[in-house]
Design a protein around this ligand. Structure first.
Ligand code: NAD
Length: 246
């Protein structure tokens, strides 16, 4: 479904991002994998190269909220891959403190990665897709629609990601750049593994499909949106949440 496409995936070293990278590689894309650190990015890419020896796979580790660092990394990726068709803004961070204990620095840290970095990377990608077209897919979250009972920076940042998605879809449509988001529900990754059982069990009980999502469930939605099958879809926020609605 992605034969010949060139993609950059942020937060691609584990969890949902790693599933997206694997799905893209399986479907014929070449991929630059961004991680937060050199070691984790290189380790993930080493493993992927064993599984996908015929694909081009790069390890990048820019500071995603620093435009200069992102420009340098995207220049390198475009040169090595031979262009850019797909950007996935997936890197994200969650914190669950109550408002009464919320440290402002922590609020800034979440917004910096979950929102500011999405702007920086979208801008860098759009510049490189302006002549050729392409697509940008952001990882939102179910909580962008419903909020959550603590950790307000996270749902607020994802709500803003939806806004950025809708607005950029309108702004970049004339350049044939599609912009969409995927809004996963609770998904079985490290981010969720740290949550106590008593937090997870009542959530699962309220999911009509009676299970949390797997990274592959979510990655399939990214594959569809990145492919030409979604050629007339832009400005969408696609829920992948088993119909969980709270
Ligand atoms: P994860 O913690 O397993 O992975 C997070 C990824 O982000 C990693 O690849 C990590 O390297 C990267 N990252 C973290 N901090 C970074 C930084 N400062 N700079 C650059 N990269 C950084 O999380 P996940 O569950 O796979 O989440 C991936 C995305 O999905 C996030 O945007 C998250 O908000 C979203 N999401 C997750 C769930 C869930 O239940 N797991 C639900 C909805 C949305």
């Amino acid at each position: 479904m992605l034969k010949g496409k060139k993609a950059i995936v942020t937060g691609g070293t584990r969890g949902i991002g790693l599933a997206i990278v694997s799905k893209f590689l399986e479907n014929g894309a070449d991929v630059a994998v961004c991680g937060s650190r050199k070691e984790t990015a290189e380790r993930a890419v080493e493993q992927l190269k064993i599984k996908f020896p015929d694909r081009k796979i790069l390890a990048l580790y820019p500071d995603l909220s620093d435009p200069a660092s992102v420009e340098e990394a995207f220049d390198f990726a475009c040169k090595e891959l031979g262009g850019l068709d797909v950007l996935v803004n997936n890197a994200g961070l969650s914190a669950r403190a109550s408002l009464f204990d919320y440290d402002y620095a922590e609020f800034e840290k979440v917004v910096n990665l979950n929102l500011n970095a999405v702007f920086v990377c979208a801008q860098a990608a759009a510049k490189r897709m302006k002549e050729t077209g392409g697509c940008i897919i952001n990882t939102s979250s179910m909580v962008s629609k419903y909020g959550q009972p603590a950790g307000v920076a996270y749902p607020a940042s994802k709500f803003a990601v939806n806004g950025l998605t809708l607005s950029l879809a309108r702004e970049l449509g004339p350049y044939n750049i599609r912009v969409n988001a995927v809004a996963p529900g609770v998904t079985n990754t490290d981010m969720v593994a740290v949550l106590p059982k008593e937090v997870i069990a009542p959530i699962v009980a309220q999911i009509p499909l009676r299970r949390v999502g797997e990274p592959e469930d979510v990655a399939n939605a990214f594959l569809f949106l990145a492919s030409d099958m979604a050629s007339y879809i832009t400005g969408a926020v696609l829920p992948v949440d088993g119909a969980a609605r709270s």
